[in-house]
Design a protein around this ligand. Structure first.
Ligand code: GLA
Length: 387
């Protein structure tokens, strides 16, 4: 990959000083969905698929970006002296936002760069291709300009850029999972204080299978922000009777005893999901630590039901993938992963059953939805690196 992309780089930008090759992973969340902006726990892991980058410094202040995934767009050019969000910068906004956020924080980036990227994360699959690009940009800048930045700071900074420069009000999970990824481990992260633990993922002869719904996302972002504000409104009401900072501070019992104060059926269900999903995530990690993969799988299934019925972020595509997965032999657990409204599902499937799983779930999906789903058997990988 490195050799091929380096050749592409020279074809696009011409010969010159030496290039450096980088990689930044994608991520999948195993359990703990829509809890990261509610002060709860998440349990994501980085993948061995992600975004490759070839880069070198320039002597002037020009920033040049080229993606092998969008070749027809050509080279996107901007200047280090004045970085603003522009629609025509397209995907490069993810990198520009991070560079601007670094500069605003006082980091010194004193020359332009030429960057070529290639991502092998399926497009709009919900495996965080954007966070992967953001973390890649921060990592390239750190490497080239000797920035004093650890990986937690990279995650925070990339999230800040996504919130403020891109305008998506996401939580910290994606950027954290990518920046802090560790091979064969998931990250048990408490988003209330960013304390975390690595948990080995040993699935006793089973593997993670991602199914991408290929649904075009439409209203996804606005619905995401809507869910956030529903949770915030429920929290405000609960704060009048409970001494809490976030929904993630509540036990299920405390929630049940105090939920009447929310006074709105929909918001009560949204908050219920946030509280129960957080507790479920803690239980799931405990189950895994006791090597109880079956219980982990049941909790994944329960997570999907809650996201479907209480949080309402699934839709017919993700429900079809998950509900069909539940009927297949060798499936330990299956749920939607990421923001929802399209995107993909994650299933734990015994290795010997993977071919029939893909065939059956794929067939039912095509019949019911009218177009194909794509399947990926994935491995858990490390965070960003120089290749
Ligand atoms: C998206 C966001 C994350 C998180 C998930 C839902 O991936 O970027 O911060 O909120 O949705 O769990």
């Amino acid at each position: 990959m490195k050799e091929k992309l380096t050749k592409d780089f020279i074809r696009i930008y011409g010969e010159g000083t030496e290039t450096t090759a980088f990689f930044s992973p994608g991520r999948v969340n195993l359990i703990g969905e829509h809890t990261d902006y509610n002060g709860g726990h998440v349990f994501p892991c980085a993948l061995t698929i992600g975004t490759y980058g070839i880069a070198r410094k320039r002597t002037d202040k020009k920033l040049c970006f080229y993606s092998m995934n969008f070749e027809s767009v050509g080279v996107i050019e901007a200047s280090l002296d004045q970085i603003v969000y522009k629609k025509e910068y397209q995907w490069a906004n993810y990198m520009l936002g991070v560079i601007k956020t670094l500069l605003d924080k006082g980091h010194v980036i004193d020359s332009g760069m030429e960057i070529l990227i290639f991502g092998n994360i399926p497009n709009s699959s919900g495996l965080s291709s954007s966070a992967s690009i953001e973390v890649l940009a921060a990592f390239i800048a750190k490497t080239f300009f000797g920035l004093t930045l650890d990986f937690v700071e990279i995650a925070k900074l990339a999230q800040k850029s996504e919130n403020e420069f891109i305008g998506v009000n996401c939580g910290i999970m994606d950027q954290f999972a990518i920046a802090m990824g560790k091979k064969n481990h998931a990250i048990f992260l408490d988003t209330a204080d960013l304390s975390y633990e690595y948990a080995p993922i040993e699935l006793n002869g089973a593997k993670l299978v991602i199914a991408s719904s290929n649904k075009k996302r439409g209203l996804g972002e606005s619905k995401y922000n809507e869910r956030r504000s529903e949770c915030e409104a429920a929290l405000e009401k609960l704060k009048t009777v409970c001494n809490i900072n976030a929904l993630g501070d509540l036990t299920e019992e405390e929630f049940e005893a105090n939920k009447a104060v929310i006074g709105d059926e929909t918001k009560t269900r949204r908050a219920k999901h946030a509280v129960y999903e957080n507790v479920r995530t803690v239980r799931a990690v405990e189950a895994l630590q006791k090597n109880n993969i079956a219980l982990f799988g049941e909790l994944m299934n329960a997570s999907h039901v809650s996201l479907r019925d209480d949080y309402e972020v699934t839709g017919i595509e993700l429900d079809t993938l998950v509900e069909t997965a539940w009927e297949q032999s060798g499936v330990i657990g299956s749920r939607m992963t990421g923001a929802g409204f399209g995107g993909c599902t994650v299933s734990i499937v015994k290795e010997e059953n993977i071919p029939s799983f893909i065939e059956m779930v794929g067939k039912v999906y095509k019949e019911k939805i009218g177009y194909e789903a794509d399947f990926y058997v994935v491995e858990i990988g490390d965070g960003p690196c120089v290749l």
